[in-house]
Design a protein around this ligand. Structure first.
Ligand SMILES: *Cc1c(COP(=O)(O)O)cnc(C)c1O
Length: 358
């Protein structure tokens, strides 16, 4: 690859970028990036069809009020408690930039969403990564020490484990003088959201996304909810960066998705049902896995090398996610697809088992 001349390179920001899962353009059984196997709500399709192209001439509403209003109503919070962005990655990145400005290290688990380390690197934020215990659980006492902020997903990724609200509250209440961010990308498949705690704790921000439970990864919509004072700080940074993050179509489709509550509940339930059935199938095939409360299962096979399984499946056009190295190197992260897609996965695994057994 072409390298920049050293003289020129000297003043370039050096970063270790995030590596997203593959997005093959041909048709495969795609269980590698935790997308939703079902289409967005019919109301979203309608909103998109009715989008006024003439309107594209104009800048969108910089306050993204249409979407913030819909979210405020749905979660029963004030409009001034909602911040929206281009996927939760954009929201999280803004949160890092806005709230993690201490000389003390921020804290996040050693096994977690790998983007956190990337933003810390990009923004030059010192960080420490307390180790999950042997069962891949967060140890709350590790977050009691002095720090510059805390972030963790709940459920955690890629471990898929959900901790209850008392656990979350314990960490938030031990860190009243820094911002604690709970990344709830998968909470709709799990249980109670920490949004209810934002009323009590002015240092808590809860981040969610439309990419998983609302089937809209391609639209890029994320949001967070917190105290009006925190949201104001976020807006100040956003308006110093890019006033118009959300495009008009995303604002309209996003609002329509929030209003499509029945469809949302139905599709989430379908995925949860498929997940519970998939756990049984994986068990039958000899896999071990954590108790997933997400739309993916984090699994290992005691007799088969994870990388080998990953490669074997890929050859059969079945894509799952594999994270090389470290504590997770014998695990596969398998997104819950439709029942038919999961059946294809299981027959491929069965076939492999048969061939190996011969
Ligand atoms: C998927 C995911 C995100 C990012 O989702 P967006 O598509 O950017 O909204 C953030 N955090 C975690 C833990 C995720 O799994």
């Amino acid at each position: 690859m072409m390298q920049l001349r050293p003289e020129l390179m000297k003043y370039v920001r050096k970063v270790e970028p995030y590596v997203p899962g593959e997005q093959p353009q041909n048709k495969v059984v795609k269980l590698n990036t935790n997308e939703n196997p079902y289409p967005p709500a019919p109301q979203v399709e309608k909103a998109l069809r009715e989008t006024d192209t003439e309107r594209m001439r104009l800048y969108p509403d910089p306050a993204a009020a249409q979407l913030s209003k819909a979210l405020a109503k749905y979660y029963q919070v004030g409009e001034d408690q909602v911040f929206v962005g281009v996927g939760s990655d954009d929201v999280l990145s803004m949160c890092f930039l806005t709230f993690f400005n201490s000389d003390r290290p921020i804290l996040f688990p050693d096994v977690t969403y790998s983007f956190y380390k990337v933003w810390a690197g990009l923004y030059r934020i010192p960080y420490e990564c307390p180790r999950l215990d042997e069962e891949f659980r967060l140890v709350k006492e590790d977050y009691y020490k002095e720090n510059g902020g805390v972030i963790f997903p709940n459920p955690n990724a890629p471990t898929a484990i959900y901790e209850d609200l008392d656990f979350v509250e314990d960490i938030v209440s031990h860190n009243r003088d820094v911002v604690v961010i709970v990344d709830e990308a998968y909470v709709d498949f799990a249980g109670k959201s920490a949004i209810s705690l934002t009323e009590k704790y002015d240092n808590l921000l809860v981040v969610q996304t439309f990419s998983k439970s609302r089937s809209m990864a391609g639209m890029r919509i994320g949001f967070c909810i917190g105290s009006p004072a925190l949201i104001r700080c976020l807006n100040d940074v956003k308006f110093s960066f890019n006033s118009y993050t959300m495009n008009q179509a995303a604002l309209e489709c996003g609002a329509a998705a929030v209003e499509a509550e029945e469809y949302f509940r139905e599709t989430v339930q379908k995925i949860v049902d498929t997940r519970e059935w998939a756990k049984e199938e994986l068990k039958r095939l000899g896999f071990e896995f954590t108790d997933s409360k997400t739309n993916f299962i984090f699994a290992r096979h005691p007799a088969h090398d994870a990388k080998e399984l990953f490669e074997m499946l890929k050859k059969k056009q079945i894509y799952v996610r594999y994270f090389e190295g470290g504590r997770t190197s014998q695990y596969l992260r398998i997104t819950i697809g439709t029942r038919e897609e999961m059946e294809q996965l299981f027959s491929a695994l069965e076939e492999y088992e048969k061939e190996r057994g011969r």
